[in-house]
Design a protein around this ligand. Structure first.
Ligand SMILES: *Cc1c(COP(=O)(O)O)cnc(C)c1O
Ligand code: SF4
Length: 349
């Protein structure tokens, strides 16, 4: 019989895991037994640095340059190509009217909820990231009190989303202090943590973190970020089980990425495996047109058959909502294929 370990980790576990993460493409490729760097179009000195924790690298298939996990993290020369329509800030978050207003580190686009940039750092650098060009130097963690003051003043805010970067890269004390500050604001009912750490650095789930989240007055939801079933293993299961036992609602968001998860069966397997590990699918995002990521992009006509096959084969509660984000939108915009005109549609003009 297999006995699963469902205890949280010690803080030194994730700190050491992060310290020893791969930061050089050569070192990662050597570990994966992949030679012939030049022929594979790898960028050995990317502007957006490579960063891959060892535990994540262990889930990559040895010798396979096309591995769907490796493709999410390996820097390629093709990222340096300019593609018309692919820009630095497709969501115009840098535009004061559409994104960040008066308060640094606070993004208030949707009614009742506000997104807080807690830290610029991530434990992994995803090549498709829409924040890869984000001007984090304009939004410093030391300005956190300004964001808290703004939230305190606006009683229409009922939910605070902790984002980044990755908010769980704050240490246990920092996290506890922030949750305490938010708990003290009576109009804030819910705290949501958008994090990829339970997937890429599951050791981040420490006993202190679990206790902080469990003891909070606000209801806590964690939206994790997994794109492929191969990302889920016994370490993610251990982390997610600890969180779920503490009463935290677990949801997942994925990005639809060409050559990584752009087929229905992969995404169906992902939904089912997430559910096995206690997580419900939430959003499946259409990729944003971010400079350097054109090779991951799919358009609606490519997404449609994938999503329809998922809808056909999955129970409703395991079907993520396919959405895209538009600058200035009042919410994520659903991608609605049913609303397309039938072929024989005629208008009376
Ligand atoms: C995605 C997002 C949210 C959260 O949207 P939900 O539909 O509630 O998940 C909130 N604020 C901003 C700025 C966002 O980009
Ligand atoms: S973890 Fe999220 S914010 Fe960080 S690089 Fe990946 S996609 Fe971007």
């Amino acid at each position: 019989m297999i006995t699963l370990n469902h205890t949280p980790w010690h803080p030194s576990d994730w700190q050491s895991e992060l310290k020893h993460a791969f930061r050089q493409p050569e070192a990662l490729l050597e570990y994966l037994d992949i030679a012939n760097v030049a022929a594979n179009g790898i960028d050995l000195q990317p502007d957006f640095a490579l960063l891959v924790p060892r535990g994540y690298a262990q889930r990559i298939e040895q010798g396979n340059i096309q591995d769907p996990l490796l493709r999410q993290v390996l820097s390629l020369q093709s990222e340096n190509e300019q593609t018309p329509g692919f820009v630095m800030d497709p969501l115009q978050e840098g535009n004061a009217e559409l994104g960040y207003g008066q308060t640094p580190g606070l993004l208030h686009k949707y009614q009742g909820r506000v997104l807080m940039i807690t830290t610029p750092a991530c434990a992994i650098n995803c090549r498709y990231c829409f924040r890869r060009h984000f001007p984090y130097t304009d939004h410093k963690p030391k300005d956190q009190h300004l964001a808290l003051e703004a939230i305190a003043k606006d009683t229409s805010i009922h939910e605070v989303i902790l984002s980044g970067g990755d908010p769980l890269l704050m240490n246990d004390d920092g996290m506890a202090a922030l949750i305490q500050d938010l708990d003290a604001l009576a109009h804030v009912k819910r705290i949501r943590i958008h994090t990829r750490l339970p997937i890429v650095l599951p050791q981040r789930v420490t006993a202190d973190l679990v206790a902080t989240l469990e003891d909070a007055r606000c209801k806590i939801t964690m939206v994790i970020h997994s794109n492929h079933p191969n990302e889920l293993d016994e370490t993610t299961e251990r982390a997610l089980t600890c969180l779920r036992r503490a009463g935290i609602t677990l949801l997942n968001q994925s990005v639809l990425l060409k050559g990584i998860n752009s087929d229905a069966q992969t995404l169906i397997n992902l939904s089912e495996l997430l559910f096995d590990q206690g997580v419900l699918p939430y959003y499946l995002h259409m990729p944003d047109k971010v400079a350097g990521t054109a090779h991951f992009y799919l358009d609606d006509s490519e997404a449609q058959p994938i999503y329809e096959a998922m809808r056909e084969q999955l129970p409703g509660y395991l079907l993520p909502r396919l959405v895209r984000e538009l600058p200035g939108g009042i919410a994520k915009t659903p991608v609605n294929f049913e609303q397309r005109q039938p072929l024989n549609f005629q208008t009376n003009i």
